[in-house]
Design a protein around this ligand. Sequence first.
Ligand code: TYM
Length: 344
Amino acid sequence: MTDSNSGSYTGPDRVFSGVQPSGSLHLGNYLGALKKFARLQNEKDCVFCIVDLHAITVPQDPAKLADQTREIAAAYFAAGVDPSKAIVYAQSSVRAHTELAWYFNCVARTGWLNRMTQFKDKAGKNAERASVGLYTYPVLQAADILAFKATHVPVGEDQKQHLELSRDIAGKFNHDFNAPNFFPLPEPLIKGPGAKVMSLRDGTKKMSKSDPSDASRINLTDTPDQIAKKVRKAKTDTGAVPATASEMEGRPDIANLIGIYSALSERSEADIMNEHGGGQFGPFKNALADVAVETLRPVTESMNRYLAAPDEIDAILNKAGDAAAEIADPIVADVRRIIGFRGA
Ligand code: TYM
């Protein structure tokens, strides 16, 4: 049985999430997603995907795409996701995604997609020139999740609206085809420190791989020196380090740094403010830089070790792709029957 939000669905709990292989990963991806995945694999059945089909909604270099996919696999493993506990595979190797996405394109309403803020942000003023794939991107995301009848989806806060759409699609499919509780209504797992890591240059904008300023983010491939420099240059104000939550109010840059400190060190924000509150930002940033360097160093080193053995990564991904298809194919076969196709 799943939690209350999942209606009366009685299937087993399953966790699903995905990361795009487009550009290098940053601290937001690590704290908002990868770190949570590693914890969840000990609690539930987990399926983790490298969403290369999502990546091609914007142009990708065909000569680099496979390596970008391996890089995300390496990041999953380096963050502690264990391929003997969780399925880690590439989306394009499992056909169920694209097939179910088409069926869901016929379930989702254009009005729903027109409300998606991430499309508006990504397409910008050039929406007319954006690919149709970028527009229907959240429908493919729903297909990812529901091809596995996943009940729980760990993501950062920026994915909240896409998860709501997945729930709407699941509910409408169940209703329109008179298949009560066939799909669970997947529940987002967003809470916790690191769910919304903001830019180091502007605490009101999320840390993002598409930000033109590299100083705005800490990449998982940054050297200790680069990490320390970025932390020391992070935007602050002329006040002191806050000692209480109320002193942090209205100071998004500071709140972000304290949030990052808390998520990396696994200490509460109150604890950090107890230690540094009232002090200058210089010593606070030095302490944060040390925590960031020491926490990320083993992750980066492990990632590089995996990347030195691309054949091993491929072997893991191939085997996991088969395991993923074994779960998803029968679910999509049921969908075909429910829709009423001949021979299904
Ligand atoms: P993507 O590749 O942009 O990001 C991967 C994960 O990192 C989280 N994240 C953040 N968390 C906290 N602070 C930030 N600044 C930050 N930036 C990114 C994202 O929320 C995400 O969890 N559409 C998804 C990939 C996807 C997916 C799925 C996720 C495709 N299918 C099915 C869940 C289930 C995306 O583009 O994530």
